[in-house]
Design a protein around this ligand. Structure first.
Ligand SMILES: Cc1cc2nc3c(=O)[nH]c(=O)nc-3n(C[C@H](O)[C@H](O)[C@H](O)COP(=O)(O)O)c2cc1C
Length: 431
């Protein structure tokens, strides 16, 4: 969607999500770029990273890189997550939410229940709606992320009804914990091929019990979680759902199917829906190279018609695109991820008429490549990103001084298409 000269004022009108009022329509989407402490608590860097974005004027922060259950923590494919699976994490999380609130910004917590087939090997059995794994093809990856060969994920076992009930309960308990830790709302992530997402599409769910088959049955796990959370947090605490609009694969579920699921969950007491795209089989759709793909391809319209509550649209990289989403009624707010790594001041610069000064995300996705390689997230156009807590002019910690050159070498090698193609050919020969 091209930038144009339309007034950006529409972005700075308030938006109510249940009892929480956002000052504007620019939301920071969840990102595992929060550098937690090794014990799963927020670090000084976590707080500095979030506060810089709050100061930069976003109307809401949705905290990513989180785990709601012990299982999710142990099996997380992302190195280091913020834990919500025990009361002992509440005081440190509260210190973090207090720091964000000092800037007048509300903060919601994304609560990942389990990673399903994307789980890394751990003591926990890998489970999903049905025993279906993924084959991730190199040509479905976002630009800049190069895999030399297909990746086949772990084969999950079909989750038992007891396991589903336990994960649902634990997620609800984590939501109540988030509320006690000062969060203003919670978001249930059911996208990116994770455990909850595996229930939503007939392609990944062929159960014959009450969790499979009809739309009602495939939505059941989410309906149950929303009800369980609502019982614990009360009527006025916002609960959101993060859901993919489209699988974008042959025989996969399209927007009508996903919107039907979202409508069912909304009726159970949901306050908003955050729309993403694709999944791990089409990561090029999830981490898009173009602006607002779900608006451009019509998925947002289908969700708009199916739902009555606020709709958050992702994949926006410029003020023009953001304005068009809201003024065109495609969504009630825009949800930005990479653009806020590139420029935490994105919202303030638009508000103050300084939009041309916005530092644009280059979409080369080094941030993502670093994440997949287990390295701390950095941004190629914003050298301060990931180092917000460091005093200007101070030296990096000794550990970083040692690791940084190695990381640079690994990044250079893994970002070289010819080298990666050679690695792919060698691997094929050996197999
Ligand atoms: C480094 C990085 C980490 C991410 N971590 C999460 C996460 O923890 N949870 C989540 O739901 N999405 C995560 N995402 C996806 C983003 O929230 C967003 O959907 C995606 O980047 C597309 O939006 P954008 O074009 O604004 O970047 C992550 C993306 C990036 C680049």
């Amino acid at each position: 969607m091209p930038d144009n000269a339309e007034s950006t004022d529409v972005l700075f009108s308030p938006l109510a999500i249940n009892q929480v009022t956002l000052a504007n329509r620019i939301v920071m989407g969840p990102m595992a770029a929060v550098s937690p402490r090794p014990d799963g608590r927020p670090s000084e860097q976590t707080i500095a990273f979030l506060c810089e974005r709050a100061k930069g004027g976003v109307g809401l922060i949705i905290l990513g890189g989180t785990t709601a259950t012990r299982r999710a923590y142990e099996e997380s494919p992302v190195k280091g997550t913020l834990r919500f699976d025990d009361d002992r994490y509440v005081p440190a999380l509260k210190r973090m939410t207090d720091a964000v609130h000092a800037h007048g910004t509300p903060i919601f917590a994304e609560l990942t229940a389990s990673f399903g087939t994307m789980a890394k090997p751990s003591d926990w059995p890998c489970i999903a709606a049905s025993a279906r794994n993924l084959v991730i093809k190199p040509d479905t990856l976002p630009q800049g992320v190069i895999a030399p060969f297909e990746v086949t994920t772990a084969m999950p076992r079909e989750a038992t009804v007891d396991e589903i009930a336990q994960i649902s309960q634990e997620t609800a308990v984590a939501a109540a914990r988030a509320q006690r830790a000062g969060f203003d709302g919670v978001e249930i992530p059911a996208m990116m091929s994770y455990f909850l997402a595996s229930f939503l599409s007939p392609r990944s769910n062929w159960r014959t019990d009450e969790y499979g088959g009809s739309v009602e049955n495939r939505a059941r796990v989410l309906v149950d979680i929303v009800r369980l959370i609502r019982e614990r947090v009360g009527a006025s605490f916002p609960i959101g759902l993060r859901i993919s609009a489209n699988e974008h694969v042959e025989g996969g579920q399209g927007p009508e199917g996903f919107a039907n699921i979202a409508r069912h969950v909304e009726r159970a007491g949901l306050d908003y829906v955050a729309l993403t795209d694709g999944n791990y089989e089409r990561m090029d759709a999830s981490i898009s190279a173009t602006d607002t793909p779900t608006v451009a391809h019509g998925e947002a319209k289908i969700f708009r018609e199916a739902l009555s509550g606020p709709l958050l649209i992702g994949g926006v990289h410029g003020p023009g695109g953001a304005t068009q989403v809201v003024s065109g009624g495609h969504g009630d707010a825009v949800m930005l991820a990479r653009p806020l790594l590139a420029d935490p001041e994105f919202a303030n610069k638009i508000r103050d008429g300084r939009a041309p000064e916005i530092v644009q995300c280059d979409r080369h996705n080094q941030c993502l490549r670093r994440m997949t390689l287990g390295m701390p997230i950095r941004c190629t156009v914003n050298p301060r990103m990931g180092r917000e807590s460091r005093q200007p002019g101070s030296l990096p910690p000794a550990e970083r001084l040692v690791k940084a050159p190695v990381e640079r070498a690994v990044l250079a090698a893994s970002g070289n298409p010819r080298l990666m193609s050679l690695v792919g050919k060698l691997a094929k020969k050996r197999s």
